[in-house]
Ligand binder design. Structure first.
Ligand SMILES: N[C@@H](CCC(=O)N[C@@H](CS)C(=O)NCC(=O)O)C(=O)O
Length: 231
């Protein structure tokens, strides 16, 4: 309340205002606490146990309560039904109360805004983008193989991916050498998710990238990694 304004109600009015403001304040605090609690308890993550994009979000949500609902996104009927939840027909999708958030990047942003995850620095965002480039290229190669196409230099679609993967890995290796994946941060979660997935699908070996292997090994003791290993 602005104390410079004339108070037509005198002392009693002031008292009333104070009491009212205090009451309003506590109502707001209780209301916010309830909203946050309700929101935490109402979270549902749609995903799969193999997707590297889903896994990075599961790792980031380790300390949160949420329901994990598996979607067989490549099954025609489930895919069709899932369109009601996300027009993109891609995993992950987060439902938080009445809010539906699709794409791992937007989900992470949502978790920063409403569930106190650390915001990413520009460097961290760049690390995640490089991991995405690797992930997307590997996924295209995987889908090429699954579609029984010739996954080699003869096709521009695959040539571009095959040409991108080594320089991205070299760049990530250098970043690992400089300690970028030492903290248990979102870029590290994204990196380990794609490394494990690439091996799980027999798409990429990391033998030539000792710094990346060492960075992953330094986090191997975390139970959440075993709990979310690709299956
Ligand atoms: N940019 C998206 C990529 C998500 C993505 O590609 N998800 C894959 C699973 S790893 C998917 O749902 N694929 C189904 C499809 O492409 O139809 C994100 O960051 O969430």
């Amino acid at each position: 309340m602005n104390t410079n304004t004339v108070d037509p109600y005198g002392v009693y009015g002031k008292r009333w205002s104070l009491t009212f403001n205090q009451a309003l304040g506590s109502t707001l605090i209780v209301g916010l606490a309830q909203a946050q609690k309700a929101s935490v308890n109402n979270m549902k993550l749609y995903g799969s146990t193999s997707s590297p994009y889903v896994r990075r979000i599961r790792l980031a949500m380790e300390a949160m309560e949420y329901e994990f609902e598996q979607v067989a996104i490549h099954d025609a009927a489930e895919r069709e039904a899932f369109t009601r939840i996300s027009p993109l027909r891609k995993l992950p999708v987060l439902e938080d109360g009445n809010t539906v958030v699709f794409d791992s990047h937007v989900i992470y942003q949502h978790l920063v805004e409403y569930h106190r995850l650390d915001p990413l620095s520009v460097h961290e965002a760049q690390l995640v983008t490089a991991v995405d480039a690797l992930a997307d290229s590997l996924i295209i190669l995987f889908l090429g193989e699954k579609s029984e196409l010739p996954v080699d230099e003869s096709r521009a679609l695959f040539r571009l991916q095959l040409g991108r993967i080594p320089p991205v890995l070299d760049w990530l290796e250098q970043q690992a050498k400089e300690g970028a994946f030492s903290p248990w941060s979102y870029p590290t979660m994204a990196l380990i998710s794609i490394m494990d997935w690439a091996e799980f699908r027999n798409l990429q070996s990391f033998e030539r990238y000792p710094e990346l292997l060492a960075a992953r090994a330094s986090h191997q003791h975390r139970e959440i990694l075993a709990q979310t290993a690709p299956a």
